[in-house]
Design a protein around this ligand. Sequence first.
Ligand code: GLC
Length: 606
Amino acid sequence: MTTRQRQTVPDTIHTNGADPNPWWANAVVYQIYPRSFQDSNGDGFGDLKGITSRLEYLSDLGIDAIWLSPVYRSPQDDNGYDISDYRDIDPLFGTLSDMDALLDRAHALGIKIVMDLVVNHTSDEHAWFQASRDGKSPYADWYWWRPAREGCEPGTPGAEPNRWGGSFGGSAWQYDPVRGEYYLHTFSKKQPDLNWENPDVRHAVYDMMNWWMDRGVDGFRMDVITLISKCIDGKGRLPGESGSDIEDEPVGEEGYSSPWPFSMDGPRLDEFLQEMRREVFSSRHGYLTVGEGQGISPRRNEAVTDPANKELDMLFLFDHVGVDQRGAKWNMVPLHLPDLKQAMAEQQDAVRSKGWASLYFNNHDQPRSLSRWGDTSSPELRVKSAKALGLLLHMHKGTPYIYQGEEIGMTNAGFTRLEQYRDLESINAYHQRVDEAHIQDPESMLDSLAKVSRDNSRTPMQWDDSRFAGFTDSGAQTEPWLAVNSNKAQINVAAESADPGSVLSFYRRLIALRHSDNVIAAGVFQLVDRDDECVYAFTRSLANRRVLAVVNVSSKTVPLPVETSLLLANGIDASRVLIANEDSDALATYVAEGKLSPWTAFVYQI
Ligand code: GLC
């Protein structure tokens, strides 16, 4: 069977109500960050024609769907997550007809396209926001406008309506002299938050979504969708939160309080998502909705993705990518493996009988997991740990997401100077923490950026070892918008395509396994040896089958932990190894001695 011919996942395991066997239950989704994937016109930015030219590659990889980060018209303050026209393509990426061509070609290859949907906020250059600024037009109430703090002169320091900080630095409120009031921006000041309490806003969003669905897209990845219901005036604190007033919120080291308790998973979130489902999806089939789930606990994930509640198909949760961060995201600590297991197990356990999970270690906001948790100190360890982390993620229950370049083992950018960064979050954080609040010195902040900046995952896709890695024409005058990683000669698609031992070949097999084996798609998850600090092991069971996934998440040879060794008491029979990053004889010898070599990962039929 070719990789994309798939088994039907048993109906009893999961349905989304509309579709008895949703295609995404054993699918693998691939995220494309358009500006970094493939440039077709030599301007140094990736574009839609470039993506279309690489669809055969994705088809060979075997993925089922693409999540396309935003390509809408945008001033590009936050690389397209600031949209000024939802019904047009930014000239940087091409035209609407390029988008139609991409959809046609992808569909011909059996690949679905899921668009990013950014509707917690727009760009400040969007016509809705511009019309909102006079305070009188029908758009006056489409954003969160508030007067200056009582007794303060509008626009002066400290006059903001409250102390909330924006995610990209500074206050979350921006004064607009035209209206004489402040608007809320959870992210940059060029990303004003839409007021979802206003039904006109919601219906304008649904109209736009229907327009894209009618054009042929296959669903949406919904940006920060769990922030759309807010308690803006501090009334009606969210359940489970202490305190009753925004003014009681503690002020952090940068001088601001957090808006999150008043905006994450807010009181009307379920209602809004149900309304969206009714208005956009009720008569459609074969689509996918996945929400970015800030503030959603595993328990709430179960409810939001329970088909009976008619909200979303799945959510991206955050706990597992925060286990090695303390307080601020810039404060990374070494991974303590049981913490990762615990976070993942909580997510898995919560979708045991209802709801669904998405699986990711990488995306355009995260550093590369290979640099973060793997070992890049030698080519052998890099390749082996990349496979180990891939196997670890893909053997959980849910829908795995691969972020471009992950499948070839791309690593962090390796930047050492502030000038090399383009991401507004990273640059603003540097200035705020180093120059303004004096929380970190330049050296330590550059070290933080090198570990966690979003630009680590945004460097151009490495297609070959030419000057610009095949991302853009190597004779082009214009350099890529973000520097190509200097390891392009060792890590690239051309070198890995025909090599059966490459990370790329291993990902092809991981994807094929999910398509062909229902235990991987739908089996019940059970953690094994929960407290072991090096070995991450779990079983997946369905009907009378049980498989064991074992990964040594360390660069040491380690003893097999107790429960795992009991499950492998009969030794390794090569015909029962479903997939491994080590040859079966070596694996059998190690297991017979009660050991695992560095970064060994395998799945075994027990
Ligand atoms: C989401 C996106 C991120 C963006 C932010 C604001 O978290 O993934 O890239 O900056 O929302 O839209």
